[in-house]
Design a protein around this ligand. Structure first.
Ligand code: BJW
Ligand code: ZN
Length: 290
C-alpha cells in the first residue's frame, strides 16, 4: 500500500515537472522577436512537401530496401552498382524538385536577420541542396551532399552535377520493387579523374557507422553555443549525433521549437512543438513583424 502511494506521488511529480511543450504561436513569436542568433536543424521532413521521400515511414523504400540498408559502407562494398543506382535515382529526382515554402521561409528570415546584424544558420541533415536553392547562405551540411563525390582511393572530394554521372547509369535506378539490379561493372561506375588515380568514386555523404566531418561539427557546436533560439524542423530525432544537438541546447535553457507532423523522442525536452506540415507552420512562425 505504502509502495503504491509512493508511486502515485512520484508519477504526479513527474507529470507536473515534465511539462508538455507549448504550441502557443503567439508566445513563440514573442521569443522569436527578441532572438538575434538562430540555429535551425533540419531533416528529411522539410523536403517532403517538395516531393523528396523521407527515410523512415512508407515512402522510405527504394526497390525492396529501406534507405538505411543502402546508406552504409557495407552495402557499398558488397554492391557498389546497386548503391550508385540508388544515388543516381535521387540525383535525377532532384532535377524535378523545387524548394518549398518552408525552405523559402528560412532563406528570407536569414536575409532579414542579416540586414539588422543578426544571424540565422541552417544545420541540415539533408543532402539535397534545397536550402541553397531557396537562397539560404549559412548552411552547414551534416551528412554530406548528393552532388559531391569522394574518391575511395585518394579521398579527393569534388562537386558534380552532371546527370547521369557516367553513361552506364543512364536510364538506371528506377525505384519500383520489380526492377532488377543493373549490375554495372565496377570499371564503368564513376571513377576518379585525377592523373594516376582512377579509384572508384562514392557519393560524398555520411553513412551509418561513419564519423561526421570534424570541421563541420566544430562550426555546428560554435553556432549552437552562441544561439539564443533553436528550431528543429522535420527530423525524427532518431539518428545520432544529430539527434542529441537540440536537446543539448534545450538543457542549457535556450528555447527550442520543434516543427513536425508528429512528436519525436526529443519532443519532451523542447519548450515548443508545432504539429503539422512545416510548409504551413514555419512561414507563419517566421513571418516578418509589421
Ligand atoms: C515532417 C513532414 C512535414 C515528414 N513537415 N515534418 C548513439 C546511440 C545509438 C546509436 C548511435 C549513437 N551514436 C551513433 C550511433 C550510430 C548511428 C545511429 O544514430 N543509429 C541510430 C539509427 C540508432 N549513427 C551513426 O552511425 C553516425 N555516425 C557516427 O555517429 O559516427 C561515430 C559512431 C559510429 C558508430 C557507433 C558510434 C559512434 C552517422 C549517421 C549518418 C546518417 N546517414 C543518413 C544517410 C545520409 C546520406 C543519404 O541521405 O543517403 O542520414 S541515414 C538518414 O537518417 C539520413 C538522414 O539525414 C538521417 C536522419 O533522418 P531524418 O532527416 O530525421 O528523416 P526521417 O525520415 O527519419 O524523419 C522525417 C521526419 O520528418 C519525421 O519525424 C516526420 O514526421 C517528419 N515530417 N513530413 C514536418 N511536411
Ligand atoms: Zn582518386
Amino acid at each position: 500500500m505504502q509502495f503504491i502511494r509512493q508511486a502515485q506521488v512520484c508519477s504526479r511529480f513527474l507529470r507536473l515537472t515534465m511539462a508538455r511543450p507549448s504550441s502557443d504561436m503567439a508566445r513563440f513569436r514573442e521569443v522569436f522577436k527578441l532572438s538575434q542568433r538562430l540555429v535551425v536543424l533540419t531533416g528529411a521532413g522539410i523536403s517532403a512537401e517538395s516531393g523528396v521521400p523521407t527515410f523512415r515511414g512508407p515512402g522510405g523504400y527504394w526497390r525492396r530496401w529501406q534507405a538505411q540498408e543502402l546508406a552504409n559502407p557495407a552495402a557499398f562494398s558488397a554492391n557498389p552498382s546497386r548503391v550508385w543506382e540508388f544515388y543516381h535515382y535521387r540525383r535525377e529526382l532532384m532535377a524535378t524538385r523545387k524548394p518549398n515554402a518552408a525552405h523559402r521561409a528560412l532563406a528570407s528570415c536569414e536575409e532579414r536577420l542579416h540586414a539588422k546584424g543578426c544571424r540565422l544558420v541552417v544545420v541540415t541533415q539533408n543532402i539535397d541542396e534545397l536550402h541553397h536553392r531557396a537562397g539560404s547562405k549559412n548552411v552547414l551540411e551534416l551528412h554530406g551532399n548528393l552532388f559531391k563525390t569522394c574518391c575511395t582511393v585518394c579521398q579527393d572530394v569534388r562537386e558534380n552535377h552532371t546527370n547521369p554521372i557516367v553513361p552506364s547509369l543512364a536510364g538506371k535506378g528506377a525505384p519500383s520493387p520489380d526492377n532488377q539490379d543493373a549490375g554495372i561493372s565496377v570499371e564503368d561506375l564513376p571513377r576518379c579523374q585525377l592523373p594516376g588515380c582512377g579509384g572508384l568514386l562514392r557519393p560524398h555523404v555520411i553513412w551509418f557507422g561513419e564519423s561526421l566531418d570534424e570541421d563541420i561539427m566544430t562550426k555546428v557546436f560554435e553556432e549552437l553555443e552562441a544561439c539564443d533560439l533553436c528550431l528543429v524542423v522535420g527530423t525524427s530525432s532518431l539518428v545520432y549525433p544529430a539527434a542529441m544537438l537540440a536537446p543539448q541546447v534545450a538543457s542549457r535553457g535556450v528555447p527550442v521549437a520543434e516543427f513536425n507532423l508528429e512528436t519525436t523522442p526529443a519532443t519532451t525536452s523542447f519548450g515548443f512543438h508545432f504539429e503539422g506540415p512545416c510548409g504551413q507552420t514555419l512561414p507563419v512562425a517566421l513571418a516578418p513583424f509589421e
